[in-house]
Design a protein around this ligand. Structure first.
Ligand code: AHR
Length: 507
């Protein structure tokens, strides 16, 4: 019998892999439930401290995460959003119905200028998602011009009239969202042609170079990815030297049940927990299948893969609007995130962007807020993003895990319970370690090869129960703490408690 409580994690710090793009730590904020309204945006008249209507404690908490990019305004909402409704004096802006999310009225008080102000406050780059489902090529093209052009043009004059002289920088541009579903119910070939057309008219103005992202597959639909890659391939071989879009996206949500019965975010049994961990681990073979298709068409890796929606999706909290997708967040969610990041790091050569859904008050959020009380809560997932931010733009290095006993039988599968990844930057090596076992601690021998590391420290997220979560009453029930580490001749030794996540720094 092998000992289930021991693992050796070998890190080859001198074998550089791909750069882990900081954009793998991207975010997503949709006009959905209380993400924008009541989350980021409280309005200028709110008693909650704000700058121009944007809630400042939210900004302050998120700045600690070094958010690299923020995707907006949707999601499904993007394909019914008409940007001209969200500019000009707020009280005069037209209203609309948010048919996707709760059928509530949208007053358009948070629009283009407010979003760009939010990006500036967060110190993040804008990822604007345009409307293909109910929009036009001209509408999207003019939005790009409004945002990014300088000098004199109809859209520049309109922007100036609304108080903004200089153009903004908008690096990322989405061409629609989920066109196979709520974004137009299209066939892959139809959308691929539209993506080429829209991509063409979303111009680079002045110094602003757009990275255009074609709306990609649902989960494992590799045929969709193939249709997009074929569209790039044909075009670049035919007449145009430039790519119509620089990335294709894919969406994958982790659910521990079924789409019709997803289960509670906080009250779950061990079976549901393990189904969730398996679903989280399944992101790796799924992404590899998409990458295999891309490799066939694009061996030089000119086109990136963007997982621009990911995260857990549970039943909404009891008593909340079913269309608002408000859910609590436990240590289970944190482990879903840490397992995902290990996969992202391994696939960083092709996977260049990922966006958690969503940043505030929706799905696997970083922050939960209450506008009435002013409360702000950092979730367990927030802490994984904070602890792991050291990997942003670092060089991925190979990790091998020897832990033959650290497995869990889930239905007919043997599921490894230790997950890890590592990167190096400026002579320091960072190792992420997750122990998904519910009952056993794991003693980890960290074998740090290819460098001389004498100073090793670690922090751990290890609540007493995997069902623990943070709330206004107990905001730090799940929070990181220093973890004891013993420096050894080959690296370091430490003990990962059950259901825990740790970040190790070796210098
Ligand atoms: O994130 C919630 C929704 O999930 C998005 O609007 C949509 O793109 C996806 O189906």
């Amino acid at each position: 019998m092998t000992d289930p409580t021991r693992a050796t994690v070998i890190v080859n710090a001198d074998i550089p892999g791909p750069t882990i793009s900081r954009h793998l730590y991207g975010h997503f904020a949709e006009h959905l439930g209380r993400c924008i309204y009541g989350g980021f945006w409280v309005g200028e008249d709110s008693a909650i401290p704000n700058e121009g209507g944007i809630r400042l404690d939210v900004v302050e908490a998120l700045r600690e995460l070094n958010i690299p990019n923020l995707r907006w305004p949707g999601g499904c909402f993007a394909d019914e959003y008409h940007w001209r409704d969200g500019i000009g004096p707020r009280e005069q802006r037209p209203r609309m119905v948010n048919t996707n999310w709760g059928d509530v009225e949208e007053d358009n008080h948070f629009g283009t200028h407010e979003f760009m102000a939010l990006c500036e406050l967060l110190g993040t780059q804008a990822y604007v998602n345009g409307n293909v489902g109910t929009g036009t090529v001209r509408e999207m093209s003019e939005w790009v011009e409004y945002l990014t052009r300088s000098g004199s043009s109809p859209m520049v004059e309109l922007r100036r009239a609304n108080g903004r002289e200089e153009p903004w920088t908008v690096p990322f541009w989405g061409i629609g969202n989920e066109p196979w579903g709520g974004g137009g119910r299209m066939r892959a070939e139809t959308y691929a042609d539209l993506a080429r057309q829209y991509g063409l008219y979303c111009k680079d103005h002045g110094d602003n170079v757009l990275h255009r992202i074609a709306a990609g597959a649902s989960e494992g639909d590799v045929e969709w990815t193939e249709a997009l890659m074929r569209a790039v391939d044909q075009l670049t071989h035919d007449t145009f030297p430039v790519l119509p879009f620089q990335s294709v996206s894919v969406h994958y949500y982790t659910i521990g049940g079924t789409w019709t019965a997803k289960g509670s975010a906080t009250q779950f049994d061990d079976d549901s927990y393990w189904r969730t961990i398996v679903a989280a681990q399944d992101i790796e073979p799924l992404l590899r299948r998409h990458i295999a298709v891309m490799d066939r068409y694009d061996p030089d890796r000119q086109v990136g893969l963007a997982l621009d929606e990911w995260g857990t999706w549970w039943d909404v909290e009891p008593g909340t609007n079913p269309g608002f997708l408000y859910q609590q967040n436990t240590m289970r969610d944190a482990l879903v995130a840490s397992v995902h990041f290990d996969v992202f790091h391994r696939l960083a050569e092709r996977l260049t962007m990922a966006n958690i859904a969503q940043t505030v008050n929706v799905l696997q959020a970083m922050l939960l807020t209450d506008e009435a009380t002013g409360a702000l809560v950092r979730t367990p997932t927030y802490h994984v993003f904070e602890m792991n931010k050291v990997h942003q733009d670092a060089t991925c290095v190979p990790v091998h895990i020897r832990a033959p006993g650290a497995v869990q039988q889930v239905a007919d599968r043997q599921v490894p319970t230790v997950s890890a990844s590592a990167s190096v930057v400026d002579g320091r090596c960072h190792v992420s370690l997750s122990n998904t076992d519910l009952d056993h601690a794991v003693e980890v021998d960290l074998d740090l090869r290819g460098g001389s590391f004498t100073d090793v420290t670690a922090r751990v997220l290890a609540p007493s129960s995997v069902r623990d979560f943070n709330s206004a009453e107990r905001p730090d029930q799940v929070a990181p703490h220093p973890l004891d580490v013993t420096v050894t001749a080959t690296g370091a030794r430490l003990t990962l408690p059950p259901h825990s996540f740790a970040i190790v720094e070796a210098a």
